[in-house]
Ligand binder design. Structure first.
Ligand code: NAD
Length: 498
């Protein structure tokens, strides 16, 4: 049997095992093989990582924005040089096709570039205070921050958090998903080689309920930043409230893709496929509810199911593969349960609905891309996040009906509106209660573009100036410009009190 490599944790610029010596296996979901072992961290390891981060913060937090920018720009270059290794590992640990991962990871250096630019150029503000005084505010780093990330975009989501946190001068202890910790660990080497001081970036590996919990409840953590499920978000927000520290939570979604009948038909069909099946549907803004104006609904369902049925499933390492497996057996069982619930509630499986047959799929967690019709807004498949290659198509009558349906879940992360009428695109976007709306597009993002959810999809933002600021605390400095003697109790005159 082939030796399975152990990839230790990254603490204080060194590779360290868990104090307990325990490890956990990282599986390739395309064939069930174990590709690596990583330490299973416990309380003692969290303590070590936080102590290393405090040490790192003493140096990193004291640098100027310009000095931090130089190191982050170098990190962008180093990451750019190593992208092939990252793509290869990401494909193996997530089962996502190499074409998708190459496209997604190719843009990751931009996050370091953008936030390096922000660290270099961010301007503090001066405020009106009346004559005789000057009032300015400073943004200062928070200290040691905890970052918890999911398995669906292991490097990308971590980049969205690491880049602003470091740019603002914080030190990080990251806890990636137990299912996909390898590329987050590799990022440690990139930052070390770029010249980041030891301890400014640390990665511990392990389970949410143990390592994650020990990290978020650690008394010296100054912010919690989570991307994950809504239930995890609620738990972590309560812990942050108890510790009186800020919390950013990027949580689940149930994105609507609203297609009006004036739109270019084929463009809408391919747009709705892109929205629903990238990452085998395992994205928080997956187009999981395709709302189609009734006048084109039947024609749309026919063409959509024909094209979705032709998506090429297969080995993620083959450049021709368009969809790989889902990340785990549990994730596939979850999706199959939702499909069963839809049938029970009276919906129709228009295409897909089961694991594909054939030797190539035997040991992996594959599931056919699935489209469900005859769905009503009360059904579980309309309301709940499935996080797999499953979407529903539902007709609507007019603009008001589309808005009503789109807003009819507890989630409010992303949605897209497809129409040739630009005024309608904006009007509908403004009526949607969600944090990100695309018009005639889906999934596209930029490090400068704020990303965050409404309702149960979370609070706070990744990306943009907002995320940089969320990694700082404010200090207001009020300067008396006068050297005159002032003695309130030595005089009876009315003067300026406040
Ligand atoms: P998850 O909530 O199970 O885990 C997320 C991270 O939190 C992991 O590192 C996990 O180990 C950790 N964790 C879990 N329970 C914890 C606890 N009690 N204390 C501390 N840490 C804990 O999510 P997942 O299954 O890895 O990812 C899928 C979810 O992420 C989906 O709901 C998806 O919508 C969401 N997501 C949201 C966004 C967004 O931008 N809003 C992006 C991607 C994924």
């Amino acid at each position: 049997m082939k030796d399975i490599p152990t990839q230790n944790m990254f603490i204080g610029n060194e590779w360290v095992p868990a104090a307990s010596g325990k490890t956990l296996d990282v599986e390739n979901p395309a064939n069930g093989g174990i590709i690596a072992r990583v330490p299973e961290a416990g309380v003692e390891d969290v303590e070590k990582a936080v102590a290393a981060a405090e040490e790192g913060f003493r140096e990193w937090g004291g640098l100027s924005g310009v000095e931090r920018a130089v190191i982050l720009s170098r990190a962008a270059a180093v990451l750019g040089e190593r992208l092939n290794d990252f793509v290869e590992t990401e494909v193996k640990q997530c089962g996502r096709p190499i074409r998708e991962m190459s496209a997604q990871l190719g843009r990751q250096p931009e996050w370091f570039e953008y936030f390096a630019a922000l660290a270099r150029t961010y301007e503090n503000t001066q405020h009106p205070f009346g004559t005789g005084h000057v009032n300015y505010t400073r943004r200062v780093p928070l200290g040691v921050v905890a970052q918890l990330t999911p398995w669906n975009h292991p490097l990308h989501i971590l980049m969205k958090k690491v880049a602003p946190a470091l740019a603002a001068g914080n030190a990080i202890v990251a806890k990636p998903s137990e299912l996909a910790p390898l590329t987050p660990l590799m990022l440690g080497e990139v930052l070390k080689d770029a010249g980041l001081p030891a301890g400014a970036f640390n990665v511990i590996t392990g389970f949410g309920g143990t390592a994650g919990k020990a990290l978020v409840t650690h008394p010296r953590i100054r912010k919690i930043d989570l991307t994950g499920g809504t239930e995890t978000g609620r738990r972590i927000a309560a812990i942050a409230a108890d510790s009186m520290i800020p919390c950013t939570a990027e949580l689940g979604g149930k994105a609507a893709v609203i297609i009006f009948d004036d739109v270019d038909f084929e463009r809408a069909v391919s747009g709705a496929m892109f929205a629903a099946f990238i990452a085998a549907g395992q994205t928080c803004v997956q187009g999981s509810r395709i709302l189609v104006q009734r006048s084109i609904h039947d024609r749309f369902v026919e063409r959509y199911t024909e094209r979705v049925g032709a998506i090429r499933l297969g080995d993620p390492e083959d450049p021709k593969t368009q969809m790989g497996p889902v990340v785990s057996k549990a994730q596939r069982d979850n999706a199959l349960n939702y499909i069963a619930s839809a049938i029970e509630e009276g919906a129709t499986i228009a295409t897909g609905g089961k694991p594909p047959e054939g030797k190539a799929f035997e040991n992996g967690y594959y599931l056919e891309p699935t489209v469900i019709t005859e769905v009503t807004s009360g059904m579980r498949v309309f309301q709940e996040e499935i996080f797999g290659p499953v979407t529903v198509v539902v007709p609507f009558e007019d603009e008001a009906d589309a808005i009503r349906l789109a807003n009819a879940t507890e989630f409010g992360l992303g949605s897209s509106v497809w129409s040739r009428e630009s005024s309608r695109g904006h009007r509908v976007a403004h009526a949607l209660d969600c944090g990100v709306v695309w018009i005639n597009d889906h999934h596209r993002i930029d490090p400068a573009s704020p990303w965050g959810g409404h309702k149960s999809s979370g609070m706070g933002h990744d990306n943009g100036i907002l995320s940089y600021e969320s990694y700082t605390k404010y200090q207001s400095v009020i300067v008396n410009l006068s050297d005159d003697f002032f003695d309130w109790y030595g005089s009876d005159e009315a003067g300026r009190l406040n």
